[in-house]
Design a protein around this ligand. Structure first.
Ligand code: G3H
Ligand code: 13P
Ligand code: NA
Ligand code: ZN
Length: 311
């Protein structure tokens, strides 16, 4: 069924596991996520960026939002696993209100590039509107920048746990994304992958709400290799390995945002298939391996985060 994201994440918080939040732009990725969720008996959070809303509406984000809600509900209603639809990185008031009105289960207000007080003010306003509509809210504190110099990074871009406590109390936000050393995309770390576990623990202790890890893709070497074997160039790609994710979940992370891993698995399968089948031009056929790899990467994540078997 189609559920409130809050139900999924409060269960995850209470029982100490993480749930993948998976980005979609189109129908196919929705199929793959639902199929993986059913296969693994895992709850799923489907999320769309503002760019995805615009893309799906062929330039009209309102149309895109309505389409996403209809698509997700159509598939959610016929399966036994909990399925939620979330707006990822809502930055513009219009997009956020559109998602709320369209029937999204939850929205993110990402005002993290603004100073603390302004972030609080904007978040509070969205919480007021969203809660009145029965929609839960995620906000972000700190910046998801690459962490080269740890001391400098800690002061400038990572979440301040004391601020997190005040922020959550003042805004009434349901979930919080603290910046703890990850970043978006396929090139997260120049050196060794690492995140600030102590900071996650402190934020959890001070806020006691479900926490969100952004930029959490593992950039799975197996799929990077397949893609590169068939023409891709992802030199220097590096993600957050599974053991770091497991530890992050132990420290209090419950929602694990994942987009890049799906994109890489898909493109690996697509490139391999097209290379091996030069005569094929039916998308239902040339997406076959892309589908298989994308479902594999999602299923593995459900296992790693502990959401498998929890639907
Ligand atoms: O956090 C960003 C997500 O990966 C979505 O990215 O804006 O390219 O859709 P996008
Ligand atoms: P990745 O780029 O690591 O998949 O992160 C996605 C994300 O944080 C979406 O909000
Ligand atoms: Na989000
Ligand atoms: Zn993100």
């Amino acid at each position: 069924p189609y559920v409130d994201t809050k139900v999924i994440l409060e269960n995850a918080d209470k029982n100490g596991y993480g749930v993948p939040a998976l980005n979609i732009n189109n129908l196919e990725f929705l199929h793959y996520i639902i199929e993986a969720g059913v296969k693994m008996n895992s709850p799923v959070i489907i999320e769309t960026s503002q760019g995805a809303m615009k893309y799906a509406g062929n330039g009209d984000f309102r149309k895109g939002a309505e389409l996403f809600v209809k698509m997700v509900k159509t598939f959610a209603d016929e399966v036994d696993i909990p399925v939620a639809l979330h707006l990822d990185h809502g930055k513009d008031f219009e997009y956020i209100v559109t998602a709320i009105k369209a029937g999204y289960s939850s929205v993110m207000i990402d005002a993290s590039e603004h100073p603390f007080e302004e972030n609080m003010k904007r978040t509070k306003e969205i919480v007021r509107i969203a809660h009145a509509a029965g929609v839960s809210v995620e906000a972000e504190l700190g910046q998801l920048a690459g962490v080269e110099d740890e001391a400098v990074a800690a002061e400038n871009v990572l979440v301040n746990p004391e601020e997190a406590k005040i922020f959550v109390e003042e805004t009434g936000v349901d979930f919080l994304a603290p910046a703890v050393g990850t970043s978006h995309g396929a090139f997260k770390f120049k050196g060794e992958a690492k995140i600030d576990y102590d900071r996650i623990k402190k934020v959890k202790e001070y806020t006691k709400i479900p926490l969100v890890l952004h930029g959490a893709s593992s950039v799975v070497p197996e799929f990077v290799e397949i893609a590169e074997k068939h023409g891709a160039d992802f030199g220097g790609a590096k993600g957050v390995p599974a053991d770091i994710l497991r530890e992050a979940v132990k420290c209090g992370i419950n929602k694990v945002n994942t987009d890049t891993d799906l994109r890489i698995a898909f493109v690996a399968g697509l490139r391999e298939f097209l290379n091996n089948n030069p005569k094929e031009f039916d998308p239902r056929k040339y997406f076959k391996l892309a589908k298989e790899y994308t479902i594999k990467v999602i299923s593995d994540r459900m296992e790693v985060l502990g959401s498998a078997g929890k639907a």
